[in-house]
Write a protein that binds this ligand. Structure first.
Ligand code: ARG
Length: 483
């Protein structure tokens, strides 16, 4: 926005003649600069469906309670329904001078149906209205996010199933540690996503509470029926304290927090995609459809999707920090600072959904270089622990076995041999417990097969995980919009 000279005269000359819904106690107009600074319509217009849904329920309650005549309630509901169609069809003009979505819709209603429209805001404030809209919006978005999570989990489970026999190196400290099944590695991410879904589903309980009826902060002297409104809007509870109702944004923070943990998981998965697609690892090949090239280096094929997924984690963390900072030390009750919640929330919702969607598309298209994975799985003395467990099974204390095998690894490494290249006589020099059967336990496949402990990487355990993930279905689908 260009910065204009803001002399008193220039502000005066730019005062807006449109009557504000709150304009009664004002004799002068609002400066254009203030309108531009305080508006939220440019971003809160995305709440329009929820604003209308809430207003229809509120109006129904006002009519039922006799707070406004039933016929006015009907007029209001018909008018709001017409406005919904106009917005849907792109025939509604959002006006900045009307600040936000709430006043845009209310003003349009009054323009459409006349004075009856002025009765809609009875026993209501924008403070409880905006809290309501945001809860309705987030309830839908959380459900949608859970569905997208289910899609990504399904993609991981299918990949795991498709490559169920493939062995790869498992890492600690990014050093080859022990052989694992590729499926096991992939399903570790499915577990993370399961917890993310559970966290989001759990937060629905706290989102699904009706704030409407709190009015500005103190409640109302009019005989409202909050339980009825809650029922109409599908809320499980009615908020207990009107002051808390209009100033609480814990539900937003909780989502940003859950989204941050989720993005952290997705960034780890993405990082592995980046790493595995390097020439150095060569564990996977990226499909053309999910890679991009360089404008100067003709040979390049870059993992930009995974990089962006990793990078977007930063903005989600930033949004969480931003929101925590907006809330910090806010005195009760509503303060205009709270308007800053929306862009942080909307951006987080959009970011998380887009990353979940694109990763679910990309994962099934990845080409796993199974030969390379299998080949590297046995390198780096990765079955040394199996060798120690072999001695333990023959009665040697583990700490002693660790030392014996450590010596054998050092010996083999100095000779440039692998564990399977050492002959029995050499092994026996380290311990008399070594026998011919030692060669059966030191292959990567035997190593993996042996890990039958619950949750281990043995094929039988991994098959159980795959089955469990396949059985879990997504949450109930999102409610139809605009209901
Ligand atoms: N646009 C405002 C927001 O997003 C709506 C509530 C305004 N209330 C008020 N009393 N100024 O928070």
């Amino acid at each position: 926005m260009p910065v204009k000279k803001t002399t008193k005269k220039s502000i005066q000359s730019k005062t807006e003649k449109v009557k504000k819904p709150w304009g009664g106690r004002f004799s002068g107009g609002t400066s254009k600069a203030v309108e531009a600074f305080t508006e939220s319509i440019s971003f809160d217009k995305r709440l329009w469906k929820y604003d209308i849904e809430g207003s229809i329920a509120h109006s129904r309650m006002l009519g039922k309670q006799g707070i406004i005549p039933k016929k006015d309630s009907r007029l209001i509901i018909d008018g709001l329904t017409r406005i919904a169609s106009r917005i849907e069809e792109g025939r509604f003009v959002f006006r900045q001078e009307l600040e936000d979505i709430h006043m845009n819709i209310e003003t349009a209603l009054i323009e459409d149906i006349g004075p009856a429209g002025g009765k809609l805001h009875t026993a209501r404030s924008r403070n409880d209205q905006v809290a309501l809209d945001l809860r309705l919006y987030l309830r839908d978005e959380v459900r949608e996010t859970i569905c997208l999570l289910a899609g990504l989990k399904a993609a991981l489970a299918s990949l795991a199933q498709r490559h169920s026999g493939v062995i790869m190196p498992g890492y600690t400290h990014l050093q080859r540690a022990q052989p694992v099944l590729l499926a096991h590695h992939l399903l570790a991410y499915a577990e993370m996503l399961d917890r993310d879904s559970a966290r989001l589903a759990e937060s629905l309980k706290r989102i699904n509470v009706l704030p409407l009826g709190a009015c500005a902060l103190a409640g109302t002297g009019l005989p409202v029926d909050r339980k009825y409104v809650a029922q109409l809007l599908g809320f499980e509870a009615v908020s207990a304290n009107s002051m808390d109702s209009v100033s609480d944004r814990d539900f937003v923070l909780e989502f940003l927090c859950g989204a941050s943990i989720l993005m952290m998981h997705l960034s780890r998965l993405s990082e592995e995609v980046v790493l595995w697609s390097t020439e150095e690892f060569s564990f996977i090949g990226l499909p053309d459809a999910f890679a991009t090239g360089s404008s100067i280096m003709p040979q390049k094929k870059n993992p930009d999707v995974a990089e962006l997924a990793r990078g977007k984690t930063g903005r989600v963390y930033g949004n969480l920090m931003g929101m925590l900072t907006v809330m910090k030390a806010l005195p009760l009750t509503y303060n205009r600072d709270l308007q800053e919640d929306k862009e942080l929330l909307f951006d987080t919702v959009d970011t998380v959904k887009s990353v979940l969607y694109v990763l679910a598309q990309m994962l099934p298209a990845i080409d796993f270089r199974t030969e390379r994975l299998e080949e590297t799985a046995g390198e780096g003395f990765s079955t040394a622990t199996d060798l120690a467990e072999y001695l333990v099974k023959k009665g040697m204390p583990f700490r002693e076995a660790h030392g014996v095998v450590g010596g054998a690894v050092l010996y083999a490494s100095n000779k440039g041999k692998r564990l399977e290249d050492i002959d029995l006589a050499e092994y026996r020099a380290f311990s008399g417990l070594f026998d011919r059967d030692v060669y059966q336990v030191i292959t990567p496949r035997a190593s993996v097969a042996a890990k039958k402990s619950q949750g281990g990487t043995a094929p039988s355990e991994v098959a159980r995980q795959i089955a469990a993930h396949k059985k879990k279905t997504g949450l109930s689908p999102s409610r139809k919009k605009g209901k």
